[in-house]
Design a protein around this ligand. Structure first.
Ligand code: C2E
Ligand code: CA
Ligand code: CA
Ligand code: CA
Length: 279
């Protein structure tokens, strides 16, 4: 070809081609998966360690491909974003999560909130608010039990339109959380202007909290800041009793992580709710 002998060009283009093929194959599979509903939602408990109550669950998507087995959301969510497939997929997640939490309420479990992850393109889709209205109406879930987990990077992209969308959601009574807090945008100014209820301290800080002075200082500062802005704060990725102890001592009440439970299918979560019904 034309580029022969030009250093590494051919090597790189083959490499790129292979990635594109992988991605095309994945996109094709993803389309089918949506049609055939190969997805499942897992739920991970969130605890308030102050009142010792189960306050919520985070919904985490799982894709069980009939041949390839379990494919992680870290791999297919970006493809769903790029291809626009996040729209039907995100709608499925929202509907399934709201219906499930409503069903648990109908079965008499103490009500828990459900956290649903919203990716960038999904947040900007023009009919997001309408879609959420429709799903809340269909499932009959009180909006205060739905919490959207949003990330700083895309919220900051167009602050004016972000404000508008967040205000619309807040008026309806939906809870709003900043996910992966501390890893994205460096300005904290937006916290004053956006109607945020809660920040989720990113698990990368929590992981080293008992071994790294820097991470300990960052986590302590985030908790203090959340307190003075009157925001709720939850630590994610809590795996050890030492981490829990540190967080509690610094005034962080809410926690989520393997120390409490791994994400689990809905039926297992029902049993978990049953076990923790007594207080
Ligand atoms: P995330 O929202 O930050 O979710 C937390 C991730 O940490 C989850 O990985 C969860 O299983 C894992 N995790 C929970 N506790 C612990 C712990 O104690 N230690 C460690 N090491 N990990 C813990 P998962 O389920 O693989 O999800 C990865 C990412 O994929 C999520 O990160 C989220 O960004 C995205 N995602 C998952 N489900 C959805 C969804 O329904 N919609 C969208 N848009 N994104 C989703
Ligand atoms: Ca999340
Ligand atoms: Ca997170
Ligand atoms: Ca609130």
């Amino acid at each position: 070809a034309k580029e022969k002998g030009r250093g590494n060009f051919q090597f790189f283009s083959e490499e790129m081609n292979r990635n594109a093929l992988d991605r095309n194959a994945l996109e094709h599979k993803l389309r089918r998966a949506i049609e055939e509903e190969q997805f499942e939602l897992y739920y991970q408990p969130q605890w308030d360690m102050h009142s010792r109550t189960l306050i919520g669950v985070e919904a985490l998507i799982r894709w069980r491909h009939p041949q390839d087995g379990l494919i992680s959301p870290g791999r297919f969510i970006p493809v769903a974003e790029d291809t626009g497939l996040i729209r039907p997929l995100g709608e499925w997640v929202l509907r399934t999560a709201c219906a499930q939490v409503r069903a648990w309420q109908d079965q008499g479990y103490p009500p828990v909130r459900v956290g649903v992850n919203i990716s960038g393109r999904q947040f900007r889709q023009p009919d997001l608010v309408e879609m959420i209205d429709r799903i809340l109406a269909e499932t009959g879930l009180d909006p205060c039990y739905l919490e959207l987990e949003l990330t700083e990077t895309y919220l900051m992209e167009d602050a004016r339109s972000t404000s508008r969308i967040l205000e619309f959601l807040k008026v309806r009574g939906v809870e709003l959380a900043i996910d992966d807090f501390g890893t994205g945008y460096s300005s904290l100014n937006y916290l004053k202007h956006f109607p945020i209820d809660r920040i989720k301290i990113d698990q990368s800080f929590v992981r080293e909290v008992t071994s790294s002075r820097d991470d300990a200082a960052i986590v302590e500062a985030i908790i203090a800041m959340a307190g003075s802005l009157e925001l709720d704060v939850i630590a994610e990725g809590v795996e050890t009793a030492q981490q829990l102890k540190f967080l509690k001592a610094k005034g962080c009440r809410e926690m989520q992580g393997y120390f409490f439970a791994r994400p689990m299918p809905a039926d297992e979560m029902s049993r978990y709710l049953e076990e923790h019904r007594e207080r």
